[in-house]
Design a protein around this ligand. Structure first.
Ligand code: FES
Length: 213
């Protein structure tokens, strides 16, 4: 896991666009009167989307004013969740899962690709196309190892398939989401080995149709 500190070198000034202000107000309207702070995660997400994928200090201040919350409370949320980026990211921001199931299935080899193609963890390429961080479990362990690129998951990766993804991103090609071993979502990676016993099948049929012999 990376040290999560906000980048203080940016001099940008952030204000919600009209469209995003409306979206943020819709989020607030989901909560009871006076509980507008409950919408913090959704509103930080809107701010991050508007701000090219990261939350600058100015964006944090604006959200804090918008929600009438202390800035430190907004910072607490933004620094806790790895979904919020605290420094500029690339057009394609890669989150590599390094937690145990992904690590055991080859995340280290994906990390080597990232080190070679982008740089050490937390790097952003000079052309601002690619950046990467290591994160904890993204909840797709059964399709390990995996990465998230912007809003989508890329799963069942190995060094070869991942290198190809990076190459395609660099050349502006579209990349497919999901499994790179041809699995449909998280179906078994080999033939199914459960619920194949004839007796179990008969029991299940009797449950559905109790009169059946
Ligand atoms: S351990 Fe990688 S997605 Fe869960």
């Amino acid at each position: 896991m990376n040290v999560r500190r906000i980048d203080l070198t940016s001099n940008d000034s952030f204000l919600f666009t009209k469209v995003n202000k409306d979206s943020a107000n819709k989020e607030i309207a989901k909560y009871p009167e006076g509980r507008q702070a409950s919408a913090i995660i959704a509103i930080l997400w809107i701010a991050q989307k508007q701000n090219n994928g990261w939350l600058s200090e100015s964006a944090i201040s604006h959200v804090s004013d918008f929600l009438v919350m202390q800035k430190i409370r907004v910072l607490e949320i933004a620094t806790f969740y790895s979904m919020f980026n605290l420094s500029p990211v690339g057009k394609y921001h890669i989150q590599l899962c390094g937690t145990t199931p992904c690590m055991l299935c080859g995340a280290e080899s994906l990390k080597k690709v990232l080190n070679k193609e982008i740089g050490v963890v937390g790097s952003l390429t000079k052309d601002k196309l690619l950046s990467w961080v290591e994160v904890e479990c993204l909840g797709a362990c059964c399709n390990a190892p995996m990465v998230q690129i912007n809003d989508y998951y890329y799963e069942d990766l190995d060094e070869v398939s991942f290198k190809k993804i990076i190459k395609d991103l660099k050349s502006g090609k579209e990349i497919k989401t999901g499994s790179y071993k041809g699995r449909l979502t998280s179906e078994p990676s080999k033939d199914p080995i459960v619920l194949l016993d004839d007796e179990i099948e008969k029991i299940n049929i009797k449950r559905i149709k109790p009169g059946l012999k």
